[in-house]
Design a protein around this ligand. Sequence first.
Ligand SMILES: [Zn+2]
Length: 360
Amino acid sequence: MNRQEMIALLGSLNSVWGTSGHEQAVGDRLGEYLADCTDEQFEDALGNRFFVKTGTHPDFKVMVSAHMDEIGFIVQDIWDDGYVAFLPVGMHDTRLLVNQVLTVHTACGDVEGVVGIKPVHQGGPAGGAPTYTDLKLDVGTFSRADTEALGIRPGDPITNERGWRMLGDNVFSGKAVDNRAGCAAMIAAMRQLKDLKLDATVVCCGSAMEEMGVKGSGPAAQRIRPDVAICLDVCFGAADGEINANNRRNELGKGPALMFYDWNNTSCLGNIVPQRLRTAMVDAAEAAGCPYQIGVTMNCGTDAAMIAYAGIGILTGGIGIPNRYMHSAVGTVCVDDVLHAGEILAHFIKDAAMHFEIQN
Ligand SMILES: [Zn+2]
């Protein structure tokens, strides 16, 4: 896959919507790209999607996980004046919601609305970040009945309305790079392996409900019971020169980060990658000839935290794609980093049986 093909893939994946619990369109799109490079597809009760490429050793399994869901919102209520009250799905900074266009996905179709505030001439908003009581979605109606007539109901999912764009020729910005970038890397790896007969059976999982607290991947891993797993997600991309006390710097354009440690000290979710898997991940990056960084980070929990502790425990590592402005409508990733994540993953999969089968 070249850069232009990756830009098209990222654009395609960013153009479908899928908040937590509503990942169907994303899963269907993954299925379109993976149909001719996997042997079997299925779905579980949570909405996790599985794509299996059977190897010569069907019992030796590599699981690749990339969450399909994006952050968004959910309709909570409809005010008497027609405004739509909503709650978060995933972690948000409410300051980013002002001046935003949101799309409500109703049973009768999509409805756009805007989130505004009192004009600056009238003093603007009160100080501090707005709360979900302050924020109202204006869908152009003036009564509850009018809003209901548009099909809007409590429980309807809401997404950021934001197309994608290239910034220069190597930086992709969009509302759902977390984690369509990981999905794209998974697709790139499987397309690279398309015509190879592998030792390992590869089970790609487009996981559900990561943004709601890494809900889908644990049950998915229990079903697959892989020998080794790699989780693809975004990681914090530092601005050049930025020093962040919590995070080793992972810069855009310097390669994907091999995630050796992530831990959220609030939820205590996290993953520490054992040495033999760290060695195999570095070997894969070196064999691929790709630039890479090491990811040692806090407060960036991923599916890896659930996969590692599923069942009797699973050897689990992560590949992080540096992402600036995480959890906003303007997240950015470097296209080459996504390509390199796919190449490193492809090499890891090719050599996984050699690295791990004997021990299992
Ligand atoms: Zn996220």
